[in-house]
Ligand binder design. Structure first.
Ligand code: H2U
Ligand code: ZN
Length: 346
């Protein structure tokens, strides 16, 4: 009888956060690849772009002038998805046409006054200032809103409209779908096991090491066992921390260091400015016991094979379930094998 080999035998893995299954079928890596693999021409961006609405001193579309900032700069999104206190629709009297009100705020936050930088090219000291800005925003928005979402959408491939290094920060009074799922999963796990799901998970990954990319005294970066995207990563604290505004000064330094390592590794994979959507998930600020919540960050990058070949979540993924070719362990091996110096600094 043949023994199970995850690189040979198709199987499914369970994502305990989303309660979804993922198909892993690494035997498909043997198939021939006929698509073209190209390295895109490098775009040299100016340090300041007079046409960029995020650059210091420039005018935004509504006529507001940005200050001459150097490090971080936060402003209310001029075209926000969420509005503060709009009228709510009437409560549904049926199960088919159900809607709910939505109350919140959307902000845009620049990482640097430099138009040509990315987080990956900033030094850990610069990243630390970004973390400070995230913490200030979380402290402020958590006074009013139940859910604070810090997220970065990077690269034209992800639909990002501007290369100027920036993220978005939304505060809202309801839990969005992903947050609600994670809340329910972590709560159920805590009730069953008496410890937080992601604290247990980080401990087990740290002990095992097969999927670990970087680890320091306070943080660990892994390709999650249940990863959907080829080079998906998860960043986790090693102690129980509910949200980013709870970290100590030493933890902040180590977070900046590990984020820098992670992002350099991403850029080095295909020698390109690596596109991704990434963000922090932390406890809701709604009072009540949130001890089931563990802070973490997800990094969802679309690239599969080269700087231009991305994974499409289509076909069976839309109609059945997500499928991946390389195993999480193979992706981790690949990421671990990369140089630690940014390819542009070689
Ligand atoms: P992206 O991160 O998806 O590129 O979005 C940048 C945001 O900047 C976008 O949400 C906002 C857009 O609404 N924006 C302004 O707030 N003011 C402007 O003058 C242009 C863009
Ligand atoms: Zn700019």
């Amino acid at each position: 009888m043949t023994v199970f080999d995850p690189t040979e035998h198709p199987h499914r893995r369970f994502n305990p956060l989303t309660q979804e299954w993922v198909i892993v079928s690494a035997q498909r890596l043997k198939r021939p690849w006929l698509g073209k693999v190209e390295t895109p021409a490098r775009v040299d961006l100016p340090k300041h772009d007079p046409k960029c609405y995020l650059c210091p001193g420039n005018e935004r579309s509504n006529g507001t002038q940005n200050p001459n900032y150097e490090d971080t700069y936060v402003f209310k999104n001029d075209f926000p998805v969420l509005l503060s206190g709009p009228p709510a629709p009437a409560e549904a009297d049926n199960d088919l046409f159900v809607s709910s009100g939505l109350d919140g705020v959307c902000r845009v936050a620049c990482f640097s006054g430099r138009h040509d930088l990315t987080l990956a090219e900033m030094d850990p000291e610069g990243i630390e200032k970004v973390i400070d800005m995230w913490i200030d925003q979380i402290n402020e928005l958590s006074q009013t809103y139940k859910w604070v979402q810090v997220f970065e959408n990077k690269g034209a491939m992800m639909g990002c409209s501007n290369p100027h290094p920036h993220c978005q920060i939304w505060g809202q009074n309801n839990l969005p779908t992903q947050a609600l799922r994670e809340d329910q999963s972590q709560r159920a796990y805590m009730e069953k096991h008496g410890s937080p799901l992601l604290v247990d998970y980080a401990n087990k990954e740290s002990a095992n090491g097969d999927r670990t990319i970087f680890e320091n005294y306070d943080w660990i970066v892994v390709v999650p066992y249940w990863a959907s995207w080829p080079y998906e990563l998860m960043l986790l604290p090693k102690r129980h921390i509910s949200h980013l505004n709870e970290i100590s000064g030493a933890e902040k330094k180590n977070l900046a260091t590990i984020m820098s390592q992670l992002l350099i590794c991403y850029d080095n994979l295909f020698e390109t400015s690596f596109p991704y959507s990434a963000g922090f998930h932390g406890m809701p600020f709604s009072g009540g016991n949130q001890s089931h919540w563990q802070l973490h960050a997800h990094f969802y990058p679309p690239l599969l094979r080269s700087a231009t070949v991305k994974k499409f979540m289509v076909g069976y993924e839309m109609l059945g379930e997500i499928q991946r070719d390389l195993t999480a362990e193979q992706a981790a091996d690949k990421l671990r094998s990369l140089p630690t110096v940014h390819y542009l600094q070689k």
